[in-house]
Design a protein around this ligand. Structure first.
Ligand code: GUN
Ligand code: ZN
Length: 447
């Protein structure tokens, strides 16, 4: 049993999809200088403005945390990221297929070693927490031990992580290949041991259609059908050369997305990364299935994949959330990722409001993943996965913050200028799991 908590700051969360308006109506809930009340089970109880309310909640033994002047949001949800690719972030000079062969596959081979997988998973999850991301849909590697290590490290930190052993039985180097029967046994075992245990959720994870035979894709489809609560994650229509290759590999499919449909890999728990080069029929298929796209703007720019058209996807009823896609993406910070999202949309004449961006990275993702009772907002009853942020750092951001004329300007400047350095602390189910190190004392300061 934990202590009760009252945490004071400027509370900001979304209560609904705000649409694309700067004026979001009631969808944005801003409660400046309020106490957020968290119970002894790590769940949000409510909020109050007055100290007396906080005192009454805490009674003897509770913990008061005064973050006055700082911003408090729900923890971010990254809907597409690769744990082992921290080792290849910021790799120079390639597009997707060459990038995979040159940098990514060699790095992922290291995760056959359980010690490497454990160290890497711990580093990755601590890095997410330091960025203010408390939940994610994660690719480990093809190795069963890499999924074990990730789930184990997430359990130690109390984090809501969705993941699954990557499936790939062709078009990858030795040391990164599985086979249909063994991978099926591994997945069934991992589902039985991890899915629904604590905050873990299993995601069937065929890397992308090119690295699985039709038999393995069909096996993945059977797993989804046999375990209706599990998620599905993969990549689709990211890069034009990749799309052409898929057409050669699966000539019978109408489109790249259709390969997944034909193998039973289309449902309302499916998250498809990228989806830049889809057509109207594909988008109708996604809408009807209730599946979603993880928009990964940093990655799409860095490895030169293309500009995702969010407004078009949404106008055709497709749910869109946001992923960092490290190591194609260049930051685990969802603030940096959202700021990149703004720029990708700006290049297409669209404007991503701070509200729409925040919704996609919090409540919107939680709802799409059917986890809104647990994460994504400051709603009473949800777990207290929280981030305390500086509003601004340094003279330029500070000045911009001070002259902001309204709340959207202030939050948009925070989103655009901020990154992991703005994170003061990150809380998971009411426990502080990251605190920014204080400035080291200078030897000159000593008496
Ligand atoms: N397509 C298949 N594998 C990957 C990957 O690791 N990263 C990205 N961005 N796209 C992929
Ligand atoms: Zn990816």
């Amino acid at each position: 049993m934990k202590q009760r908590i009252a945490l004071r700051g400027d509370l900001l969360d979304l209560t609904a999809d705000p649409g694309w308006q700067v004026d979001p109506g009631a969808a944005v809930r801003f409660r400046p200088d309020h106490w957020l009340l968290v119970d002894e089970h790590g769940r949000i109880h409510g909020a109050c403005a007055d100290d007396a309310g906080a005192d009454a909640w805490l009674a003897p033994g509770g913990r008061r945390i005064d973050c006055r002047g700082q911003l408090v949001t729900p923890g971010f949800i990254d809907t597409h990221v690769h744990a082992p690719q921290v080792d290849v972030i910021a790799s120079f000079g390639t597009e997707l297929l060459e990038w995979l062969n040159t940098y990514t596959f060699p790095a992922e081979r290291k995760y056959a070693d359980p010690v490497q997988a454990e160290r890497g998973s711990a580093l990755f999850l601590d890095a997410l927490l330091a960025c203010g991301t408390t939940s994610a849909l994660v690719f480990p590697t093809v190795h069963k031990v890499s999924a074990e290590a990730l789930f184990g490290a997430a359990a130690q930190r109390g984090m809501r992580i969705l993941a699954g052993k990557v499936l790939m039985n062709r078009h990858a180097p030795e040391g990164l290949l599985d086979d249909v029967d063994q991978s099926e046994r591994d997945c069934v075992d991992l589902i039985e041991r991890w899915h629904g245990r604590g905050r873990a959720g299993y995601a069937v994870t065929p890397r992308f259609a090119a690295t699985s035979t039709p038999e393995q894709l069909a096996m993945a489809g059977r797993l989804c059908a046999a375990h209706p609560g599990v998620y599905l994650q993969t990549h689709v229509a990211e890069n034009r050369a990749e799309v052409r290759w898929m057409a050669e590999l699966f000539p019978e499919a109408r489109s790249y997305l259709d390969i997944y449909v034909r193998h039973g890999l289309m449902n309302d728990r499916a998250v498809f990364a990228h989806g830049i080069w889809l057509d109207d029929t594909d988008r109708a298929v996604l809408r009807e299935a209730g599946a979603s796209i993880a928009f990964c703007p940093s990655s799409n720019m860095f490895i030169g994949s293309g500009l995702f058209d969010w407004r078009q996807a949404e106008s055709q009823g497709v749910a869109v959330n946001v992923g960092s896609d490290v190591g194609g993406g260049t930051s685990l910070s969802m603030l940096r990722t959202l700021a990149d999202g703004y720029k990708v949309l700006a290049l297409q004449g669209q404007k991503l409001t701070a509200w729409k961006a925040l919704h996609a990275a919090t409540l919107g993702a939680a709802e799409q993943l059917k986890l809104a009772d647990e994460i994504g907002s400051l709603r009473p009853g949800t777990l207290a996965d929280l981030v305390v942020w500086d509003w601004a750092q340094g003279p330029v951001a500070q000045r911009r913050h001070e002259v902001a004329r309204d709340l959207h300007e202030r939050v948009f400047a925070w989103m655009t200028l901020g990154d992991e350095r703005y994170v003061a602390s990150t809380w998971v189910a009411g426990e502080e799991r990251y605190r920014r190190p204080g400035p080291a004392a200078s030897p000159l300061d000593r008496p």
